[in-house]
Design a protein around this ligand. Structure first.
Ligand code: KE4
Length: 452
């Protein structure tokens, strides 16, 4: 078996368009999963990677190049997960590899200020209309946790409103059962999360301004912030309906509450300036991650200068991190944003994602499978349901058992989607016309041969 590099060069030639599914071996991945499971819970570093909702053995990935990844059994796949949206340029983009390698040769971490942080911060501030200052952290969870602490400190209030089906990382206060907005105070959605930790977290339905108004009326002067995924990507892809985001901006301003856009997924993905640029709405605080780190662990929170100045050491709201602003991650982020800033990047992302949505829609309709599809910027998604999807309740009408069958049929044809119906799909600037045509053929063959 050749080394990973040989396998990657083999993957360069797209070998996916075949009528019958490839005989896909997973023996090496199965061995690796058994070994990993002895020392890592579930054998994975994050639950969704274990394929529990679709079944089967998750391929252990040996490497990636452009739009393709190769697993340890030398299977190649066209990747539409892209490290959960972090890789807007695809795998191992030369500019990113060169920037990270160059920095690594100078040292990987100093725990001291570097010019790189200022350079990436200036790129972020220049891109995001509502971000005047930014603080780097190492994960989206940390960015959201810190933004919420800041909102509570700045307003002197305790309550936070989130939306069912929106995911903002695994901080205790956000692992709350998706209850009906008005009646339910937060209830823990994981063992180990105490009632106290979520007592101040209220949940409304996505796209339902009425529920938000009712919550604000029931808790006058008590809501510190409303946090929202401006385009929801963690219940599958659900777009904001006209007026929803404007309504949140109006309601929070009227109530003296802050509006937090969690753009960890949408930042630099739906537009270079994120959803706040796309929809022309200025949140008070913004959370960022994924693309901003270019595939390395970097995230950030930022926003109004008067708020961010309250963060230690310029203010007294405490937040810290050993690897915050890590030079390798900063170098990867700078290289990535410089590439995305070039003309045409978002046209190609938009073209790729809308082509993917229509190719899945066509294949499903030909196979007589009810489907809802949509796309925006470099994001796309589909639900296997006849019901239009506007929130978590309608997303849950999707046929998850059928999704698992579609998922594996596509995997056997070399197309790697999220191993859950309730995730979004992504594209990169490496998903060119040749990749998309190979994918269209593979998707069509997969659904044709999937059988009933
Ligand atoms: P991290 O802590 O995983 O870096 O970021 C949490 C987060 C916050 N906000 C949004 C909008 C997010 O999408 C995420 C993380 N997204 C998931 C994908 N659905 C990460 C995948 C995983 O948990 O393994």
């Amino acid at each position: 078996m050749g080394c990973a590099r040989d396998r990657l060069s083999a993957a360069d030639s797209l070998v996916l368009s075949s009528d019958s599914p490839r005989v896909r071996s997973s023996s090496r991945s199965a061995e690796l999963l058994a070994a990993a499971s002895r020392v890592i819970p579930g054998g994975v570093s994050s639950p969704v990677r274990a394929f529990r909702s679709v079944g089967g053995t998750p391929p252990f990935i040996a490497g990636g190049k452009g739009a393709q990844i190769t697993d340890t059994d030398e299977n190649t796949y066209l990747d539409f997960v892209l490290s959960w949206g972090a890789l807007a340029l695809g795998h191992a983009h030369p500019a990113v590899v060169e920037a990270v390698s160059r920095q690594a040769s100078r040292g990987t971490s100093f725990g001291a200020p570097t010019e790189l942080e200022t350079e990436l911060a200036e790129l972020v501030v220049g891109a995001m209309p509502a971000v005047e200052m930014v603080r780097f952290v190492s994960s989206g969870t940390e960015s959201v946790m810190s933004a919420i602490r800041l909102a509570r400190a700045a307003t002197g209030r305790r309550k936070i409103v989130k939306f069912a089906g929106c995911y903002h990382g695994h901080a205790d206060s956000l692992l709350v059962k998706a209850g009906s907005g008005v009646a339910t105070l937060g209830l823990p959605d994981s063992p180990g999360v105490t009632e106290g930790a979520v007592a101040d977290t209220l949940t409304a339905s996505y796209n339902d301004l009425g529920e938000v108004e009712a919550i604000l009326a029931q808790h006058p002067g008590a809501v510190a912030a409303i946090i929202v995924e401006p385009v929801a990507g963690n219940m599958g892809l659900v777009l904001p309906q006209p007026g929803f985001l404007d309504g949140l901006r109006r309601l929070t301003s009227a109530q003296g509450a802050l509006l937090i856009f969690d753009e960890v997924m949408t930042g630099f993905r739906v537009a270079f300036g994120g959803a706040q640029q796309l929809y022309g709405i200025s949140p008070d605080l913004t959370c960022l991650g994924k693309i901003m780190g270019g595939g390395l662990p970097a995230a950030a929170y930022g926003g109004r200068r008067d708020l961010m100045q309250q963060i230690a050491p310029s203010g007294n709201v405490y937040q810290a991190g050993t690897l915050s602003g890590n030079p390798l991650a900063m170098a990867a982020g700078i290289a990535t944003l410089r590439e995305l800033r070039k003309p045409g990047a978002y046209d190609s992302l938009e073209r790729a994602s809308s082509r993917m949505a229509s190719c899945v829609r066509d294949a499903c309709l030909q196979a007589d499978i009810p489907v809802q599809t949509n796309s925006i910027g470099g994001l796309w998604g589909f639900f296997l349901t006849a019901t239009p999807v506007t929130d978590f309740a309608s997303a849950k009408t999707a046929n998850t058992a059928l999704y698992a069958r579609v998922f594996h049929a596509l995997l056997d044809h070399g197309v790697y989607l999220a191993p859950s119906q309730f995730e979004a799909a992504f594209v990169s600037t490496a998903h060119d016309a040749q990749v998309l045509e190979a994918t269209r053929i593979a998707v069509s063959n997969a659904l044709k041969t999937m059988g009933n």
